[in-house]
Design a protein. Structure first.
Length: 233
């Protein structure tokens, strides 16, 4: 991240880590992959912490330490195996405020949530949202997209990342007015049944100067999506 000649530049990413199962919960192996892209801030999905399956370890704290991210927040969605399951945000930019909002889900379905981190980058406020939509009920994915818009629309410098669990990213995310999509169907981020379901959504004040997808290399069932963003400040 840098601010130069009135332009703020940062790199954002999103990555569903599949709980760390594919690396047998060895977080340095995931950190090694993330370092290849070296984002300033990254949203993570399917993050499981403090449960019996990992002997009570805080896998987010371990991943943040291995990746050299001093600021991180956990987006708790539900209890799991005596611990918690949800999403997370890791940042090299200070997180000054943070809140979690439960998403609308079908009765009996897995709880979902969105995390909202307030960052200050070179004196500029950035509102970063990370989420993981439901996957069983498409009608609730649409409702969650509307809810995400309502949560984020008042912030003029926003970045939203997530596993949106829909191959129709342009259609579902069209409710996020005044934004543009990094993926929008270009990258097959889910690899088990190849589909474009992960995205980085940015306010129109951001310019997307570069973007790409890093193959997971057997460390998840999702590839890592990243974008280089610039903004006049």
């Amino acid at each position: 991240m840098e601010k130069k000649n009135g332009t703020l530049t940062l790199r954002a990413a999103t990555f569903n880590i599949r709980k760390g199962l594919d690396v047998k919960f060895e977080m340095p192996l995931l950190a090694e992959l993330i370092r290849q892209v070296d984002p300033d801030i990254i949203g993570l999905q399917e993050v499981e912490i403090l449960d019996s399956r990992v002997d009570g370890r805080d896998l987010l704290q371990e991943l943040a330490a291995a990746g050299d991210y001093p600021y991180f927040r956990y987006v708790r969605a539900m209890d799991c195996h005596g611990g918690f399951f949800g999403s997370a945000i890791m940042s090299r930019i200070p997180i000054l405020d943070f809140e979690i909002t439960p998403l609308i889900v079908k009765e009996g379905d897995e709880p979902r949530a969105v995390g909202h981190a307030v960052l200050h980058a070179a004196g500029e406020r950035i509102d970063f949202f990370c989420t993981h939509f439901s996957y069983k009920y498409p009608e609730f994915i649409d409702l969650q997209a509307i809810q995400l818009h309502e949560l984020s629309r008042g912030y003029p410098c926003r970045i939203l990342v997530g596993d949106f669990n829909t191959p129709n990213l342009p259609g579902v995310l069209s409710v996020l007015k005044g934004t543009r999509l990094v993926n929008g169907g270009k990258y097959l981020t889910f690899t088990t049944e190849p589909r474009s379901i992960d995205d980085i959504v940015v306010d129109e004040g951001w310019q997307i100067t570069d973007h790409g997808m890093l193959p997971h290399g057997g460390r998840s069932d999702h590839n890592l999506l990243w974008a280089e963003l610039t903004r006049e400040v």
